[in-house]
Design a protein around this ligand. Structure first.
Ligand SMILES: *Cc1c(COP(=O)(O)O)cnc(C)c1O
Length: 356
């Protein structure tokens, strides 16, 4: 490894987080959500550490096939279902459970030539207005599905638009209750936020994603700080150069930062082409040699600059944590106006992953 930037992966932390979800929802089975290449962690790197899960949920056929090829024999849920009718032979071959959210999918299932019936997650639109049938249509859709020889087990599924605020799920739960009237099938409703904060949503299967990776579904680390969750990913690098600034010296593109006094700054091998957000403002927290300091100047493609005032001992080769155990990804995301989800998904392919 030449360039010092890397992503550290803590697989015991992943197991710990899965165990915390088990305790939070003891009566429910768990779909571990590993979409988007396991939220940027690499599905191939992490799936085995989640071997105690009951199933994996994702949405790319390639990722589902990879899990089967690696030997996962348990259930796989395709969260957005099949995108084209001619995907169905692969669903059949790889035994994938499919979400069904639109009329055209009913016809496609009816007309498909399958070796065995497909298990179905019948999706109800509980107010997000992305995917799903209106609550008052669910009963008739379920009856149509029941009548098809291509259909196996049916589970009622919904997804919350707002599970991280108190009362945010009330209207959605009302709609789901309406959809479920007279239906006797299992339910899967809860994402991470609902799994942690709304036990009344747990039912048969929960579908946590972000908390498995040790970040907060609300975007605020303090909301999960006492939950026992541990960050799985750390973005790390080193100082590759030091500059001694005089008062008035500028730093980086546009000279947006100007030293007001003599100041040592460190140049870190990590930039937006590694997935670090270019929008990160001055003062965004960074850990240098175990000490919290902040970003100065603009983030470049391959480098960023940090204030070394609080850590005078730091020099070339000093380790830097951009996010991880000490610098919470939620805190970095929050000053950048986004959420930890986006930052973890954006780690660039050129960043190597290392188990820590
Ligand atoms: C992404 C996703 C989840 C997991 O969401 P988190 O907030 O990461 O827990 C659950 N269900 C569906 C349908 C999803 O798309």
């Amino acid at each position: 490894m030449t360039r010092p930037v890397f992503a550290g992966l803590d697989l015991p932390a992943l197991k710990n987080n899965l165990a915390i979800l088990r305790r939070a929802a003891p009566g429910a089975k768990i779909w571990s959500v590993v979409k988007a290449n396991a939220y940027g962690h690499g599905i191939d790197r992490i799936w085995n550490a989640l071997g105690a899960t009951d199933g994996f949920a994702l949405l790319n056929l390639e990722e589902a096939v990879l899990l089967r090829e690696r030997g996962w024999k348990g259930p796989i849920l395709m969260l957005e279902g099949f995108f084209h009718a001619d995907d169905l032979p692969l669903y059949d071959q790889y035994r994938l459970t499919t979400s069904v959210h639109s009329n055209w999918q009913l016809k496609a299932i009816q007309n498909a030539r399958l070796r065995a019936p497909l298990d179905i997650y019948l999706k109800v639109n509980s107010g997000m207005n992305r995917l799903g049938f209106a609550p008052d249509r669910v009963h008739s859709v379920q009856q149509q599905l029941r009548a098809m020889t291509n259909v196996g087990d049916i589970t009622l599924m919904s997804h919350f638009a707002d599970a991280d605020t108190p009362g945010g799920i009330d209207e959605a739960m009302r709609r789901i209750g309406q959809a479920a009237e007279g239906l006797d099938c299992p339910r899967s409703l809860a994402n991470s936020a609902a799994a942690l904060w709304h036990p009344e949503t747990h039912f048969d299967w929960i579908r946590p994603g972000i908390v498995l990776y040790g970040a907060s579904p609300s975007g605020k680390w303090q909301d999960v700080a006492n939950s026992g969750l541990k960050p799985v990913m750390a973005l790390r690098s080193e100082i590759i150069a030091v500059q001694n600034l005089k008062a008035g010296d500028a730093v980086g593109y546009g000279g947006t930062y100007k030293a007001s006094r003599e100041q040592r700054i460190g140049i870190v091998a990590c930039g937006y082409a590694d997935g670090y957000p270019r929008i990160a403002p001055e003062g965004t927290p960074v850990l240098v040699d175990g000490i919290r300091t902040g970003i100065v100047g603009r983030i470049s493609m391959d480098m960023l600059t940090v204030d070394l005032t609080p850590c005078p001992q730091a020099g070339i080769g000093t380790p830097v944590e951009l996010w991880g155990k000490e610098i919470k990804i939620d805190d970095v995301a929050s000053v950048c106006g986004t959420v930890g989800y986006e930052l973890m998904c954006a780690v660039a392919p050129r960043v190597p992953f290392i188990l820590e």
